[in-house]
Design a protein. Structure first.
Ligand SMILES: [Fe+2]
Length: 257
């Protein structure tokens, strides 16, 4: 084998190995892990576009840039563009007239004697890449009771209200009851839970969480300025696998400020 054919074979191997690295990283990290493929940064957190790929795959430590300048680190991997996964920020919704400042920090919003179907909501707050968790985000949550009635703040023990922070993995969880529908004009609003999500460095989010199958969701929501037709705000409820009542997951994606 002469030097030219040896060099050609090596470049072909480099292209195949680097493509495999990118695909492996994408598959391992799920749907939204790899936003930086065009910067050549995310193939195992190594720059395979201009540097040392040997330290990440155990193979050669040759500098690709010196071997004919072949670009294997950008969006073009062997001539194939690497598509960026879809990722959508959680929609906003109106604050409404029933928010109360100063709710206690707690994750059990409904006392044991609160009437209604028990409900656990949990989820993760993510950055706009839908992958990086946002720890220490502050959630302020409030809702109506099973009859659709809101209760007060300090004069009413902040009934069905609470604040909580996400943990270091961006996760939160609270226990409550399924809120009831309440009338607005001649018809009923869909059942919902109000949220604000704040953390320095991110755009504050004010929104409402709705439940799939509610017959009062948009376009039948009498609140014309509400967003009960936004699919990022509607979740399915299932039986709680760890207890009686219902369970739902509401992941939240916030945008950088
Ligand atoms: Fe409301």
């Amino acid at each position: 084998m002469d030097d030219r054919s040896s060099r050609r074979d090596f470049l072909r191997w480099i292209g195949a190995s680097s493509g495999a690295l990118l695909l492996s990283n994408f598959a391992c990290n799920g749907s939204a892990q790899n936003p930086d493929t065009d910067a050549g940064r995310d193939a195992g957190n190594e720059d395979v576009g201009a540097g040392d790929i040997g330290s990440s795959d155990g193979g050669t430590t040759a500098d690709v840039a010196e071997l004919g300048g072949t670009d294997v680190g950008g969006t073009d991997v062997g001539g194939t563009d690497v598509a960026e996964p879809a990722c959508e920020a959680t929609g906003s919704d109106i604050l409404g007239p029933f928010h109360e400042e100063g709710a206690p920090h707690r994750t059990v919003l409904a006392t044991e004697d609160e009437r209604g179907e028990r409900l656990v909501i949990e989820g993760t707050v993510y950055e706009s890449d839908c992958t990086t968790p946002v720890g220490e985000a502050l959630l302020d949550v409030w809702q109506a009771d099973a009859d659709g009635e809101y209760h007060g703040g300090s004069d009413d023990q902040y009934r069905l209200r609470g604040q909580m922070r996400t943990d270091s993995d961006g996760r939160y969880r609270f226990e409550t009851i399924r809120p009831g529908n309440y009338p607005l004009g001649a018809t009923m609003r869909p059942a919902h839970i109000h949220f604000t999500v704040t953390k320095p460095g991110f755009e504050p989010l004010t929104t409402q969480l709705y439940f799939a199958g509610d017959p009062h969701l948009a376009p039948d929501d009498p609140c014309g300025s509400c967003n009960s037709g936004d699919p990022t705000l509607i979740i399915e409820l299932d039986d709680d696998p760890e207890g009686e009542g219902l369970f739902g997951t509401f992941d939240i994606v916030v945008e950088s400020a």
